[in-house]
Design a protein around this ligand. Structure first.
Ligand code: ZN
Length: 338
């Protein structure tokens, strides 16, 4: 019995420190010591031979402990590697810059927006300093909601905010009510011009363009910018202010793809070349099937119906095609398209 106690003492001495350090190593050590004591009693081996067996068993116990420690270290290393991979992936994932750009600091004074991470690809698509423009602040507490919010380069968002605030909102008062909303028809989208395969990348793919279908007033009116029934001089005023602020303005008469919305962008071209192609139609033109100003009654908190939801004519006619002077001639190709 005393031997068993001594042998246990030896086994504790041999593998004591590791057992204290790692629980995983403790079990093999104790199990090895227990087996050693029982075996020695059962076989009643001579002293020298018993010491050899003890040494062998202790060696086995230490080997098992070492193996366990090695396995634990390997597992820990694998876990560490996995954690590093996750951390690396998180670091690689785009995030909105922590510090706002100078443009965003200016924009914050005239608009509500959310900073977005840089847009990267696919292909040539992408932009830096991107924001999600939610609304433009007018004087007082009034806001012009951008619906849905538009993903734009900050510089483009700033120009839109200034345009709505300083140009369009004062003009809207001439229609009898304050400006309260802008219908965003398209902002950032990775696509070619007019979605034609193989065509030049659209400024929409650079978050540098916005398509606008209608404006909304505080009295519930929805003003379609291309509606010939909206006062012509008012539309001409909006056109003039848009062409003064943006380097590209496309509307009815530009190419047939913009008969029902206005495209604006800030494309940079050689020598500051600008495009302003928006034929302000005469009242009555396209009357049979043009979009109309939709009277929706008093403004409500719920989102009104789209401007094109109601058409006076119960039997819709085909949409208008671009008209060319010589029907047999090919359309004049223009250098710049969005
Ligand atoms: Zn567009």
């Amino acid at each position: 019995m005393a031997r068993g106690v001594n042998e246990n003492a030896v086994s504790r001495q041999k593998c004591g420190p590791p057992c204290l350090r790692l629980d995983a190593q403790a079990a093999p050590c104790r199990a090895g010591a227990a087996r050693l004591t029982a075996g020695a009693r059962r076989r009643k081996l001579p002293g020298v031979k018993r010491l050899i067996v003890i040494a062998a068993l202790l060696f086995a116990a230490d080997a098992a402990a070492a193996q366990s420690a090695a396995a634990g270290a390997k597992q820990a290393a694998a876990a560490s590697a996995a954690q590093s991979a996750v951390a690396g992936a998180a670091a690689a994932a785009p995030a909105a810059p922590a510090t706002p750009s100078e443009c965003q600091l200016r924009l914050a004074k005239i608009a509500l927006f959310q900073a977005l991470p840089p847009l990267v690809g696919p292909g040539e698509c992408g932009a830096g300093d991107v924001v999600l423009l939610q609304s433009v602040l007018l004087s007082g507490a009034a806001r012009v909601a951008v619906s849905p919010p538009a993903a734009l380069r900050c510089a483009m968002a700033e120009q839109i905010a200034l345009w709505l605030r300083d140009d369009v909102a004062p003009e809207a008062l001439k229609l009898g009510a304050a400006l309260r909303g802008l219908d965003n028809y398209d902002s950032y989208e990775c696509r070619t011009r007019n979605r034609v395969p193989g065509a030049t990348l659209s400024e929409h793919g650079r978050a540098n363009a916005l398509d606008i279908r209608a404006l909304r007033l505080a009295d519930g009116k929805v003003i379609a910018l291309t509606d010939p029934e909206v006062a012509k001089d008012w539309r001409e005023g909006v056109r003039a202010s848009a062409c003064a602020r943006f380097t590209t303005v496309l509307g009815p008469g530009s190419d047939g793809a913009h008969e029902e919305h206005i495209h604006i962008d800030l494309a940079e071209r050689r020598s500051g070349y600008r495009i302003c192609e928006w034929d302000v139609r005469e009242p009555g033109a396209l009357a049979a099937n043009a979009e109309r100003v939709v009277e929706t009654g008093a403004a409500t908190k719920t989102k009104p119906e789209p401007a094109v939801a109601k058409i006076a004519d119960p039997v819709p006619l085909p949409r208008p095609r671009p008209v060319f002077a010589d029907a047999g001639a090919k359309p004049r190709l223009k250098k710049f398209r969005w």
